[in-house]
Design a protein around this ligand. Structure first.
Ligand SMILES: Cc1cc2nc3c(=O)[nH]c(=O)nc-3n(C[C@H](O)[C@H](O)[C@H](O)COP(=O)(O)OP(=O)(O)OC[C@H]3O[C@@H](n4cnc5c(N)ncnc54)[C@H](O)[C@@H]3O)c2cc1C
Length: 301
């Protein structure tokens, strides 16, 4: 469906959630690159999301879920169809005993803060990972040997058909969650351990301090670009290949952490993707190892 048709269709519907047309996604990604989404919608309730999902299914409109945009490269031509953000409406959190449940649009930092305040330990090593809970579950985000999947009891997902069901922790593997095709993550539930709020806070602060020293936090980036191959670190391979500082247009391999690419200003998605190819080629030639992307790449050229 063309974007003008989409706009016309939207006007005829009884769906009142906020929507932006032709919205530049560079404004919604940490890299600050990416063309426009035909439409970016912010459902306020699960009922609205369900309606939207069914609508997209009925009309065959492509859909994409945007989290915090912190592990994402949107190509320069942008995204056709509907991009959905759960951040404004589906971001509620609750604690019952040792269980914490949060909707996918909640900020991961907010989830960690709530756990800390309630004296619930386990998630604190994830401190400093930006983005939403949905994005963290999608990519099984992790740091310091901890992955979010290991602490997750259940994940509520909405399937392509708008059917809602629960999946468990067995669906997680290294930087991956086995989300059925066309589904989205609605909510996740964690079983945590009782701990001292002060100790948890201290550990979170230590993690943040460590990140400030080892990652280019003041720059526009998307975290680690490549997954760690079995038994080694992608960053070390890139560093040993002498690629720190290598640039393409406005994009450069970070001089602080070689597995980060940074937008030095004015980079396009094309610059970043070309630089990624150059890095992969150099590592393959020098080390005989083929790097696999951790960052998600979407959209049209
Ligand atoms: C400075 C910095 C440091 C980082 N450090 C780490 C780190 O230590 N460890 C780590 O693992 N990552 C790290 N990252 C990467 C990133 O923060 C995580 O991968 C984060 O969990 C992505 O969440 P997001 O909401 O931003 O997802 P996005 O980038 O918006 O999306 C990523 C993918 O998740 C999908 N998605 C998002 N929400 C949903 C949903 N509700 N349902 C279905 N699919 C969904 C999107 O469609 C997309 O395919 C870092 C990034 C930065 C910028």
């Amino acid at each position: 469906m063309l974007k003008d048709e989409l706009r016309r269709l939207w006007k005829t519907l009884d769906l009142h959630c906020p929507a932006l047309f032709d919205e530049p996604l560079a404004q919604h990604t940490w890299f600050q690159v990416g063309g426009p989404a035909d439409m970016l919608v912010f459902p306020r309730t699960t009922a609205e999301l369900l309606q939207l999902w069914k609508l997209a299914g009925d009309y065959g409109i492509p859909k994409f879920i945007l989290g915090g945009g912190s592990n994402l490269i949107v190509r320069d031509g942008g995204i056709r169809g509907i991009a959905v953000s759960l951040r404004r409406g589906l971001n509620k959190m609750r604690v019952e005993g040792r269980e914490l449940t949060a909707e996918a649009g909640a900020n991961l930092a907010g989830v960690l803060k709530l756990a800390q305040r309630e004296g619930l330990a386990g998630l604190e090593d994830l401190a400093g990972i930006p983005g939403t809970l949905g994005g963290a579950v999608y990519g099984n985000a992790g740091a310091s040997e901890i992955e979010i999947g290991r602490l997750t009891k259940t994940v509520k997902v909405m399937e392509e058909t708008a059917l809602i069901r629960e999946l468990n922790h067995q669906e997680f593997s290294y930087r991956s969650f086995n989300l059925p095709e066309g589904s989205l993550i609605l909510e996740a539930n964690f079983e945590l351990a009782h701990g001292s709020a002060e100790q948890i806070e201290k550990r979170m602060a230590e993690n943040l301090m460590r990140r400030r020293k080892t990652q280019p936090l003041g720059e526009h980036c998307a975290g680690c670009i490549f997954k760690n191959p079995p038994g080694c670190y992608a960053g070390r391979l890139i560093d040993e290949a002498g690629l720190k500082g290598m640039a393409k247009g406005g994009a450069a391999v970070s001089t602080i952490h070689a597995n980060f690419i940074v937008n030095k200003g004015g980079a396009t998605a094309k610059d970043i993707l070309q630089l990624m190819e150059q890095v992969k080629e150099a590592v393959a030639n020098q080390k005989g190892i083929s790097l696999e992307e951790e960052v998600v790449v979407v959209g049209e050229d």
